[in-house]
Design a protein around this ligand. Sequence first.
Ligand code: NAP
Length: 239
Amino acid sequence: MPKTVLVTGASRGIGAACAEIFAENGYNVIINYNNSEEKAEALAKKTGGLAYKCDVSDPSAVGKMVEDIIEKYGKIDVLVNNAGISVTGVFDLVPDEDAKRLFDINVFGTLNCSKKVLPYMLKRKYGKIINISSMWGQTGASCEVHYSAAKAAVIGFTKALAKEVGASGINVNCVAPGMIMTDMTSCYTDEEINDIKEEIPLGRCGDPRDIAETVFFLASGGSSFITGQVIGVNGGMVI
Ligand code: NAP
């Protein structure tokens, strides 16, 4: 019986690359999205997956999504909490509503999806939860204070939940990407990208596939003794 993965924020960027790699490996793939319906449907067509619109910051919508997936596929083997937004700006000038939306999606989105999926994983004593943080959650970034704090929360959540559910056969890990070329980083000029590359020992920015490969590893049998860890995939920018 094929395994089932729910990837949040899979219409674009890192989430889309995750959906692709799981589909290539025979998984039933649920491509969660919020706004980018056309992209999500196109990816569903390409991968044979299911596009599912749901704002991960809305707990009741997440509950309905998870129930629908269980009804259709019977189980969720892997949850990839990837959906996220970024907010940049000098700390005290960031509007409260932007800061709240950032935490609602990046932190509570991760908590909401994990909370609704966990009972089904606990019942089977099997599951892999993989959270997408950021190198800025590890080190902090100037002018991305709220984003850094939210991504640090995702790391704390990963470690604590790993301790709580390890005995129930569930692995909880975190990937902390570095500079990855997606819509989220499209605001940088070529000159800025070149400056950033100079700070990266491996001499390049990352591709969404770089993250997807690590996520897939963390979902595979080869990582069965890994839990509560934060894997930096950043070309050496943070060591
Ligand atoms: P992206 O290209 O901007 O894509 C973001 C994805 O999140 C989209 O699929 C978007 O879906 C989805 N999303 C946003 N709000 C949502 C919501 N409320 N409910 C459901 N889905 C939602 O970003 P990315 O670069 O791939 O980033 C993916 C993750 O990696 C994020 O958590 C980000 O913080 C993290 N990350 C990225 C980088 C980087 O350099 N790119 C570095 C470190 C960490 P819709 O378009 O359908 O709304």
